[in-house]
Ligand binder design. Sequence first.
Ligand code: ADP
Ligand code: MG
Length: 688
Amino acid sequence: MDKEIFDFFNTDLQFIHGVGPVLASKFNDVLGGRRVLDFLLHIPSYVRPREILDSVMNAQVGDTITISVMVKSHRKGGVFKGRRRPTQIICADKFAAPVTIQFFNVNYLDYWTEKLPIGQWRIISGKLDFSNRDGAIINHPEFIELPENAFKIPTHQAIYPSGEGLTQKTFSNVRDQIFKIIHERINADNTSANMMEFVDALEHVHFPETNDDLAPNGTFIMKLAYCELFAHQSAIAINRSIRKAQTNKRAVRAKKYDLVDKFYGLLPFRLTDAQQRTIDEIFADFNRPVPMMRLVQGDVGSGKTMVAMAAMVKMAESGAQSVLLAPTDTLAQQHFAKIKPMCDKLGLVCDVLTGRDKGAIRREKLISLKSGRTKIAIGTHALFSEDVIYKDLGLVVIDEQHRFGVAQRTAMRSKGDNPDMLALSATPIPRTLSMTVYGDMDISIINEKPAGRLPIKTTKLPVERVGALLGRIAPQIENGAKVFWVCPLVEESETTDMMAAQSRFEELNKYFHGTGLCHGQMDKKTRDKVMAEFADTNSKMRVLVSTTVIEVGIDVPSATIMVIENAERFGLAALHQLRGRVGRGSQQSYCILLYGNNISPDGLKRLDVLCETDDGFVIAEQDLMMRGVGELLGTKQSGWIQYHFVNYREHRDLFKLAQNASMNNNIAENNWAKQLRNIFDCSTIAGA
Ligand code: ADP
Ligand code: MG
């Protein structure tokens, strides 16, 4: 059943009439895929009414307008004195205001003369542009119709989120083609009722009549969101039942805690209650014959590394090996520098393995891993290279877990015999959602900061007052404070990012000699070197200007000031993460959020939330409530699943419904659930 429809869903868009390979690859850029299905899952963002205007005077540049015009004259395009000129059709609206229609790359004046003869009225529709020479301009109108055929121009139009080289007209053409074929297939096929309903809902949102049809609580969006959640939740349920059926012979028996106690004795501080509770939960998992799959959620600076360390020590005591997987070289080295000395005191062999290790050194490290001598290995993805063999891998710790893909987690897990997994995340997810967002994982929450930490004082400041800010931080720098200065991030272009950071760097370097600079266009080695110099307490580098490339988990306890420029462009979660790079020592830390002139009320509200609270869970909750107000930078990094139809804020009840529906025993056999899992690619479910 439904095979015909599925085959069509998986068809490459280039085979749709009028598309071809070039357009298909443009679609690929926008849709993140080039199948018919990818198109179907990309829905319009709003509906635009098209009323026929009498005059361009009533419209704004950039608007898509529909207007009656009379053709006045023709001007042939071509190449003149080496410059390409468009073909122009000069017209006037009902109030005699000039409107010029332009066609680029077209030399066939005849064609347009025929379509737009002088002295005749036409209804045209397109995007309004303006130039000083020609006044109002419409380039390549989407519609050109005789007045009596005005009905052919849709009175409302679904507007798709688009990208380079794709017009709304292309979107609607492709959409029309796709649904035409779907209808043919449905008629020819013994399509299931579920599929009929699903396709029907899709059709309604692709042909919306009003914006209500596209609202999160609209009937059809709700229906699709439920399908999407049901797909995900059933995948999670299946993962869970598979995992619960696995065994793990390494169950660590809780006879003695000698080594772990010794480890506690080495710590220069007392573990917080939350850290201790989390460690207890992990040890309890170790005692069960089922592989552990636990996520530790704790705000930046809550001390997750030591929790992981306790787990690795306990594992070593049982004779098995552990790995600690970090997303970058720098972080891996930093963890190693902290953990190695403790391991030495505990008599455990600890090693670091990253892409930097080559030749004989690497070979030696691999032998030590294979023999089982190395008990704790810290590193990057190099830890799961094909030729790395472990004698008895018992525990995989993944730091900053959202930075790793499912494939990488699976590769790591396959290095042992159902090893226990411990994921660390600094992205608090509101409790109501954590189960469903993170999938099949047990969760420990570290909701407490180490004693003696002062809350970071956060203020917001318009960017014009940057001079006053410099005056305020200068004496602190004099007294040894270090400053992170994060520069505006411009989504479209990495080059612009670099320039913004570059010019701020040059300015700051005049005040504070030896300022560092770090951005995405520098090679990794240089970047690492700058980071290391900044982290070194004795270095002269007091200020580090950077784009957001600075590492998430980087620990520079002497950094007490964080300045974020154009803070309004970031999402709450991203700002909170950035801020978390200060306030890691016992000194008072500060975060200054600089904002630009055109900050929106929502943007201001976000900054206020940051100024008021330092609690990651409260911020996550607020983030959820404010979500949906446009794309924010840094959301991808925050570890949230990017759904097509689901809205975190509006569909909370659906999460529960879908979860309950997925709890029945034979969900793996349910055919429709299986199909939905195919439609909403569920291979990225955490724990899968
Ligand atoms: P994160 O949870 O962000 O990974 P880290 O593990 O890097 O945090 O810990 C941040 C800092 O706090 C480190 O310098 C660490 O040594 C220190 N730390 C961890 N636990 C405690 C504690 N219980 N008391 C005081 N300091 C602690
Ligand atoms: Mg960390």
